[in-house]
Design a binder for this molecule. Structure first.
Ligand SMILES: *[C@@H]1O[C@H](CO)[C@@H](O)[C@H](O)[C@H]1NC(C)=O
Ligand SMILES: *[C@@H]1O[C@H](CO)[C@@H](O)[C@H](O)[C@H]1NC(C)=O
Ligand SMILES: *[C@@H]1O[C@H](CO)[C@@H](O)[C@H](O)[C@H]1NC(C)=O
Length: 128
């Protein structure tokens, strides 16, 4: 039998609701996706469909700075998974007027898109 491989942009994904206790948010709602992004020697731009994040983590993808709802980062040979980026996002979240957690600022995996531009060489400059 011949194996077929399909190009899947989002290899896996999950989202979770925020949690609050006594009027304090102790966990923002969030989403974790594995993007099939070839980021080594490339600059990958992530777009969040206009949603703001409170915190984001992309191990192995190095940034020169992040905006409020767009992220650009670069993979590095030998450090970064050449095929995937694991993106964990905690979405900005507040309480509504009734004191309940407002879910309207919580995005889902489909809101996270990316594009990578190959630079043909390792990044230079100061990254963190
Ligand atoms: C927000 O989502 C949580 C978890 O799914 C739910 O318990 C809560 O009722 C939602 N809040 C509103 C205002 O819909
Ligand atoms: C939570 O709220 C209750 C009622 O307002 C209060 O008695 C209690 O001290 C609060 N606990 C914390 C950890 O803030
Ligand atoms: C990345 O660029 C370096 C040179 O800067 C090169 O040695 C390496 O093979 C490149 N890796 C990929 C995956 O393109």
């Amino acid at each position: 039998m011949k194996l077929c491989a399909a190009f899947i942009a989002v290899a896996s994904a999950s989202s979770w609701p925020g949690q609050a206790y006594n009027g304090t948010i102790y966990q923002y709602c969030g989403t974790k996706v594995t993007l099939a992004a070839a980021s080594v020697n490339a600059t990958c731009s992530l777009d969040f469909n206009g949603f703001d994040f409170a915190h984001i983590s992309i191990p192995g993808c190095f940034s020169q700075g992040m905006g409020s709802n767009i992220v650009e980062c670069n993979g590095v040979e030998g450090v970064t998974d050449p095929e995937n980026l694991d993106v964990t996002v905690f979405w900005q979240q507040d309480f509504d007027l009734d004191g309940n957690l407002d879910n309207s600022t919580c995005a889902e995996d489909a809101d996270i898109t990316f594009s990578c531009q190959d630079n043909g060489a390792a990044p230079s400059g100061l990254f963190f």
